[in-house]
Design a protein around this ligand. Structure first.
Ligand code: BTN
Length: 268
């Protein structure tokens, strides 16, 4: 473990759970795996693991997440209540929106972060961050690990990603990793607090879905949705209350909870 990333800044960033532990690693297998281990030992909500390099970074649908030195890789633990789980709150979408808001404040005004359903963050059509949510149960209840990889800087992207991924320096922004983390949690904490408090959750969910939809350029247009065993085509009509994708095909609307979206014509 190193102090490469400022532990004090990372601790202060998580205002809604400031006493939860933080681990900072120069190098680790996967921050999601490490948070899962800590969760199994009873770690509290907000437990955070940050690394500058991962040797076994994982993406959605069993994919590898290239994690060279100089990127920002972090995972944190949520412990949603039974009521929050029943409500189908789309936690990964909350993280995607929080990262968009964070990057809006850290990049030049003409840079507009977008969400690609369900929760990739893109800038100018190229992926700048991916989010992996993994749920398990332990003696302390539900454990939801959210892991984010953000192409913050120094790391050159593998050549095979050049046409689909981007890095903040390519967009004229060079925030320190701590700044990105601080800005992310400054957005995520209040959103999560409002969404999980019964007095504010309904209004907060409406606002979450509206703000997320506003940042999804493929919404309203024809898409191809890649599912594990098929590709379905239709019009992306909107988001369901749990963040699902509502696809209209031949006059019928169906909600999907996972998949990879491909725009079927240039986006608005
Ligand atoms: C995706 O787009 O497929 C999701 C990528 C998620 C990558 C992050 S990096 C930090 C955390 N640790 C992992 O092994 N994966 C997530």
């Amino acid at each position: 473990m190193t102090t490469l990333l400022d532990q004090g800044a990372l601790t202060a960033a998580r205002t809604w759970c400031a006493s939860a532990p933080v681990e900072v690693h120069e190098r680790i297998g996967s921050t999601n795996d490490r948070v899962s281990e800590l969760a199994a030992e009873g770690a509290p909500e907000g437990t955070l693991v940050v690394a500058r390099l991962q040797t076994a970074g994982r993406g959605r649908r069993g994919r590898t997440w290239a994690s060279p030195l100089g990127g920002l890789y972090f995972s944190f633990l949520l412990r949603p209540s039974a009521e929050t789980l029943r409500s189908g709150l789309p936690a990964t979408l909350v993280a995607g929106l929080a990262l968009c808001q964070a990057l809006e404040g850290l990049t030049p005004p003409e840079v507009q972060p977008e969400l690609k359903w369900p929760n990739d963050v893109l800038i100018r059509g190229k992926k700048v961050s991916g989010i992996l949510g993994e749920m398990s149960r332990d003696d302390a209840g539900a454990a939801l690990v959210l892991g984010l990889g953000v192409n913050v800087g120094a790391a050159e992207l593998p050549t095979e990603l050049a046409s689909t991924a981007t890095r903040l320096p390519d967009l004229g922004a060079t925030p320190a990793p701590e700044e990105v983390l601080g800005a992310f949690f400054a957005s995520f904490g209040p959103l999560w607090t409002k969404l999980t408090c019964s007095a504010t959750s309904a209004a907060a969910r409406d606002s979450l879905l509206r703000e997320a939809a506003r940042r999804m350029p493929s919404l309203g247009g024809p898409i191809r949705l890649h599912l594990p065993n098929e590709v379905v085509e239709g019009v992306f009509r909107g988001l369901s209350p749990s963040g699902g994708l509502i696809l209209e095909r031949e006059g019928e609307a169906k909600t999907y909870l996972a998949g990879d979206v491909e725009a079927a014509r240039p986006q608005r």
